[in-house]
Design a protein around this ligand. Sequence first.
Ligand code: GLN
Length: 500
Amino acid sequence: MAPWQWTIHETLEHLQRGEISAVEVTRAYLDRVEAFDSLLHAYLTVTPEAALAQAQEADARWAAWRRDPSTPLPSLNGIPLAIKDVICVRGVRCTCGSRILENFFPPYEATAVARLREAGAVFLGKTNTDEFGMGSSTENSAFGPTRNPWNPARVPGGSSGGSAAAVAADLCAGALGTDTGGSVRQPAAMCGVVGLKPTYGRVSRYGLVAYGSSLDQIGPITKDVQDAALLLQLIAGPDPRDATSWPAPVPDYTRALIPDLRGVRVGVPPEYFIPGMQPEVEQAVRKAIEVLAELGAEVIEVSLPHTRYALPTYYLIAPAEASANLARYDSVKYGLRIRGETIWDTYRLTRGNGFGPEVKRRIMLGTYALSAGYYDAYYLKAQKVRTLIRQDFERAFERVDVIVCPTSPTTAFRLGERTADPLQMYLADIFTITVNLAGICGISAPCGFDGDGLPIGLQILGPALGEEKILRVAYAYEQATPWHHQRPPIDATLQGRSRD
Ligand code: GLN
């Protein structure tokens, strides 16, 4: 196997045995980015010099450890990662997929990134995203879409499509994405990799550019479940810089990785198997549930009756929060500035040219929902429904440990197929947004392929701070099935053998 095909834990083993250096691993990934990223456009910024310098430092730490094994060694020493471009890496351009931040170089670093850096990680660059995370296909990036490594005519999902495509195409060992309404899990499903959305507050949001502050979480996108546990272990935990971070101590997630499911109660909600979903997705997920039962799980039907209100609820709350958060792009403190005659002209020109159409749509929707006279009818009502959705889950988790369902109602759709119809695009989130509204955790793991060879994702949901439970179920399923060993055929694609 080539170094870029290894998972994070495999790479660590090879580094530890001294069979390869961190510089060699980093170079292997950078060469691959060079070869494939013109096709996929997973990255918005690649930082080869910084990456190689970090890799050299990691090698120096390996060498010191080899000389004296009592030298403390950080746990991710020399592992090349990619970071979604809505998360700040100090000194590296952070665009959020938007013209308005095209030349923004943050002078500070997200806590999640700082923790990975402390753990010895190497940062290859920043990955493509729908503008400010608003979208489900990465087509809303101001810098052009990312393509799906399984078929470049298809979207990678979104909004963390760049991170998911980079992991799937082996253009990094693992990545961070963000999930406001599914943006880690849905692209992970569409790209055939693992994506974990932690409980709200489990990972600090400091340094994550805000979209919907009551919904946003940073989460890992990885080649397997063990890697997701490794990254979560490092980024989770309280942070004095984020008042919404959970004070609860972080458990040892790797201890949750047990290959059987005896004693685990798995809930299946009929509300997540809807008419109109792709039949192959339903078949694959039902098959996966049979595998869970074979592994010892007890399968129980649970009802989440308010699920059908989730989409309108989310698309009121998320834009409302976005409209407030995006008010900061006023052309004064940072970001784009297009000067007009008056300050009002400057605002109009800057914001009019700096934001793309979907972001403007969200600002208008959100401002409307929050405005006097409409607040009670829309925003307040949505908040009440949000409580009902959370209570659905609380009730269900009294009876079961986890809930399983599809991650996305369809596999990856074609580029351009849904851009003209926002509602069609929003429907891609129908199975993922409830988790953010309820503030709970969820993971997507590969569970098969459709007739076109496109990956399907199995979603496993857990209660607040139930990451160990979802990791256990995902791990046991993964170990019992072959899906995570499959690789997208991008080498063949580059040689001109593209499909549809
Ligand atoms: N697709 C959803 C939206 O556009 C979710 C995005 C996300 O999770 N960042 O809001």
